[in-house]
Design a protein around this ligand. Sequence first.
Ligand code: NAI
Length: 396
Amino acid sequence: MVIKPKVRGFVCITAHPEGCAAHVREQIDYVKSKGSLANGPKKVLVIGASTGYGLASRIAAAYGSGAATIGVFFERPAEDDKLGTAGWYNTAAFTKQAKADGLYARNFNGDAFSDQLKADVIAAVKADLGQVDLIVYSLASPRRTHPKTGVVYKSCLKPVGQSYTNKTVDTDKGVVSDITIEPANEAEIAETQAVMGGEDWEMWIDALEAAGCIAPGATSVAYSYIGPEVTWPIYKNGTIGLAKNDLERAAKKINAQLKTLGYGRAFISVNKALVTQASSAIPVVPLYISILYKIMKAKGTHEGCIEQIDRLYRTQMYGGTGLEFDDAGRVRIDDWEMAADVQAAVKEVWPQVNTGNLAELTDMAGYRSEFLKLFGFGLDGIDYEADTNPNVPLGG
Ligand code: NAI
């Protein structure tokens, strides 16, 4: 079949297998171009490995230091007349390439929050790798079924305490308008924390540790975001930010736990705002990202997921200065985004931007093309008019 993008609001409901494969290849090539990562991770578990920061974490480990990787994710294969998801096609492409390059790659498609999936992954770690030396926790999910109680929690993206009004952009139509979001109630705050907070990360570490699957000296990292004040009511101080505070609490607890195993460590890396399936769903943030991209591209400091994670590995986790922490004990790979001159430029543009000058003042075109790339569209060398087989086996 011929596969074209079908954008519905902030999602694209189609994905192109060969385009996704080309996107994965681009990321592999980027890591290879940086040379091998001495002392990099060797046996890696990535939870949330099929798209965005998790996929980049997997690729950077496999192609930076030849790591064996186990990827956990929740994706859909092609079925009947429905296409597979981008994360499915990304993983299929990564796995095929990794195996061709002699790298171990195994996949678990299912609910990372469940006890069963944890048990299945642990059995594979034991059988195939013995132990893991890096555990990346990179889930972004709208809901979680609690494994002990069966309660289904839903996360929401709302301010806390008071309503929030600001500019937002309909990225599909290119229309800038004001949006007012009513504050979350207590139940919504608690539910978002249950989904995006640290409890599940702790459960993973507890289960891996109990099974003896964590190598001495192992690292675990989870990702967070802070961003500029203009987005704080909806991000840092909103429901998602409170959940991230809980992730930070978990990081401290897991860090102490891993230290007792012998120099193990856990921490939060605060990453740059980037177009991913998760971030495109957040009100206000896509407009900020499109302004940010324009400014950072002009300065030559723009990065995507793979550049961010590759830099995190090379300059802090496995080389360079070693881990550098901010006052709250977090690693800041969002440093180039948060640079004073970049943020001053964003602040200047923000009040001026409207529907009429969107193309001129922001990199909305770059935002859109990055968004489409997430689903395998707009990649060089792909014939988008050609007949494409959507039934791609996952492999691994
Ligand atoms: P994403 O949407 O690209 O990836 C989410 C991953 O989680 C996918 O692999 C998906 O399959 C997996 N997943 C979701 N629910 C699952 C479930 N129940 N079981 C198994 N796997 C499941 O998201 P993105 O943006 O890469 O986010 C990853 C982390 O990075 C999140 O913690 C996010 O807050 C953080 N982050 C994102 C930033 C951004 O601008 N995109 C900035 C800084 C941090």
